[in-house]
Write a protein that binds this ligand. Structure first.
Ligand code: UDP
Ligand code: MG
Length: 317
């Protein structure tokens, strides 16, 4: 089958690894091509996410050596891994491809699995998601924060499988749908999962990073997680309304109890009952009103994102 494959690599200060990564992946492309699964004009697309080191120069050298099999783009400054990935996906869509795989520049993900991704694509999957077998290479903090994140997302109704990664294959059809989403803070893991296209899962082992250090820190990971939550769910806003309602209910029960103390037990000091009831009632009312505002805010949030109202899978005209 003559499918054109593009491999996307986001790179941020990766001068130590980018050359060997590109050479390894060209080898992978050669192998899959010689097995007759992808076309010879398959290529690698590097997105330099505003590196401050020598990464882009090395990419240009690689272009000079390997010609059009190495393509790429450079951001003017660092926008973060998600934006680099989106730029890569939209970039290869414009250049042209039948499917695209994204992989990290440090090749921590097993590049030999890409062939299995392509097999699944030929079997009809539009999304082939890499699922990591374990998190042995992650720090204690990263492992546990990631697990909490996926649990929380599931509670919020965003059903991303845990240990999901940005190592995946997507078809041209998925890229066309991605192009219709104009929102700024798109969270790719949630997005590709929600789209409803035929998805296959392939497990892979994570290797330790050979050279250089992780480009993520506590802040960028927290920001990624918060972005993931707020881009996909208005449940946190709804929680406010529920809290307000419960507080009002509580204040009503409290009022009954206070009246009982005042009129039946005659044990309440003067003015106390009124004070407690007013305090509880207005506290609850305020949170409830905030919750109502939250509901409208949620509507505005959904409108502002201007997602496509629906996506047709098939059509007979
Ligand atoms: N990356 C990026 N921009 C950033 C941070 C990271 O493009 O601001 C890239 C990085 O070059 C690598 C990938 O995202 O290709 C994953 O980063 P890293 O390996 O540092 O993350 P980890 O494996 O520690 O999760
Ligand atoms: Mg890594």
């Amino acid at each position: 089958m003559n499918s054109r494959l593009a491999i996307i690599i986001p790179c941020y200060n990766e001068e130590l690894v980018v050359k060997s990564t590109v050479e390894t992946l060209l080898g992978v492309l050669d192998k899959i091509t010689s097995n007759g699964k992808i076309s010879e004009d398959s290529y690698i697309y590097l997105v330099d996410d505003g590196s401050k080191d020598n990464t882009w120069n090395i990419i240009e050298e690689l272009r000079a050596t390997y010609g059009e099999r190495v393509k790429g783009a450079k951001f003017i400054h660092n926008y973060g891994n998600q934006k680099a990935l989106i730029a890569g996906l939209l970039g290869v869509r414009e250049i042209g491809c039948d499917c695209a795989v994204s992989i990290d520049a440090d090749l921590q993900q097993d590049e030999n699995i890409i062939e299995t991704f392509v097999d699944e694509f030929h079997k009809g999957a539009d999304i082939v998601s890499g699922i990591r077998n374990d998190r042995k290479t992650d720090s204690f903090f990263k492992k546990h924060s990631a697990l909490c994140f996926y649990k929380f997302m599931n509670i919020l109704g965003v059903k991303i499988p845990p240990n999901h990664s940005d190592f995946r294959l997507v078809s041209k059809k998925a890229l066309d749908i991605l192009e219709m989403y104009k929102e700024e803070g798109l969270f790719l893991r949630g997005f590709f999962h929600e789209m409803g296209l035929k998805t296959a899962y392939v497990h892979f082992n994570v290797k330790p990073r050979k050279l250089g250090s992780s480009k993520f820190n506590v802040f960028s990971l927290t920001s990624l997680a918060l972005n993931g939550i707020t881009a996909f769910s208005i449940v946190p806003l709804r929680i406010i309304a529920v809290c307000g309602f419960l507080t009002m209910l509580g204040s009503f029960l409290l009022a009954l109890e206070v009246m009982f103390e005042k009129y039946v037990m005659h044990s309440a000091p003067a003015g106390w009952a009124t004070l407690v009831i007013l305090l509880a009632f207005f506290g609850g009312l305020q949170i409830f009103c905030l919750g109502i505002i939250g509901e409208y805010l949620g509507q505005i949030f959904n409108e502002v994102k201007a997602r496509p109202r629906y996506i047709k899978e098939k059509e007979l005209n």
